[in-house]
Design a protein around this ligand. Structure first.
Ligand SMILES: C[S@@+](CC[C@H](N)C(=O)[O-])C[C@H]1O[C@@H](n2cnc3c(N)ncnc32)[C@H](O)[C@@H]1O
Length: 280
């Protein structure tokens, strides 16, 4: 089967937003919660969430930090529409009143200097076409003493929940490969985050590491988890015709078998870091 992956286009991220929809799996919620807990300690009054997607993190931040106004920015207008509509229809009024979203690019933030106490990036830093430019923009829009909170993945061996999707989809779907100039998710190592944040004038002041198993008894449960963990991979799966999805399910069964317990339930590790960069 073929797909056309126009990775850096707005059309691509609109497709991902539409495939993903709202909601989150347990591990996805835990990822967001790990970031929220770290951000809350800094007690910010204004937070910018870059690559806000369906708004799950922005909503969790506004809920957990009642003094904060939270603004989500995303390149995908479909994602911004979805997040705005979700806030309008589902968020409590006291949360909704402090939440807003707009369309824009991380490399050209449409905000004045020093506007935010905190900037967050969840599952976003590596998808950007120019991470150094985006980090320079984070530095510009953070006030002195502000903080950047950036999530990245642990080593591939600690993230079987993700590498498995590459193994199942990579060889089966023609075109499921990133352009040469893109950063693959595991290329953004903790060391590279340290180097890039230092270069942007946001040296790492703290780093926390989290891990959790993605538990799936069936291929369908696994894809449902992937929906909120790896947008592009989930989209590549979701657009396949039913008969081809059945073949992908069979491949998943085979490739994940070594992680099965006696009942056939797979426990697939996932590890991530939250790095905190401090602006002087
Ligand atoms: C993998 S998704 C993560 C979404 C959300 N943070 C989450 O945790 O579910 C990456 C997000 O980055 C957005 N994005 C891609 N390129 C961008 C850019 N240049 N500027 C801002 N957002 C961008 C995508 O539209 C997408 O919503």
């Amino acid at each position: 089967m073929d797909i056309e992956l126009d990775y850096f286009s707005q059309q691509h991220w609109n497709r991902v937003a539409e495939a993903r929809g709202t909601g989150s799996c347990d591990v996805g919620a835990e990822l967001a919660a790990s970031l929220v807990a770290t951000v809350a300690e800094a007690a910010p009054r204004s937070v910018l969430d870059i690559g806000s997607g369906n708004g799950a993190l922005a909503t969790a931040l506004a809920t957990a930090i009642p003094a904060a106004r939270v603004h989500g920015l995303d390149y995908s207008d479909a994602a911004v529409r979805l997040a705005t509509e979700t806030a309008r229809t589902q968020a409590a009024p006291e949360v909704r009143d402090r939440l807003s979203y707009s369309v824009g690019s991380a490399m050209e933030l449409p905000y004045e200097d020093g506007l935010f106490d905190a900037v967050t990036m969840l599952k976003t830093a590596w998808v950007l076409p120019d991470l150094p430019a985006a980090l320079a923009e984070c530095h510009r829009v953070l006030r002195p003493g502000g903080r950047l909170f950036l999530q990245s993945w642990c080593e591939p061996g600690e993230c079987v929940a993700l590498t498995l999707s590459g193994a199942v989809l990579g060889s089966a779907i023609n075109g499921f490969e990133l352009p040469d100039e893109a950063m693959a998710p595991f290329e953004l190592t903790a060391d590279l985050v340290t180097a890039e944040l230092a270069r942007a004038g946001l040296p790492v002041t703290d780093r926390r590491t989290f891990s959790r198993d993605v538990v799936a008894g069936t291929a369908a449960e696994y894809w449902e988890n992937l929906r909120s963990l790896a947008g592009t991979a989930y989209w590549a799966f979701a657009v396949q015709p039913p008969e081809f999805k059945a073949a992908l399910d069979a491949s998943w069964e085979e490739l994940s078998a070594e992680h099965a317990d006696p009942d056939g339930v797979r426990r697939l590790p996932l590890g991530w870091h939250v790095s905190v960069g401090g602006r002087d």
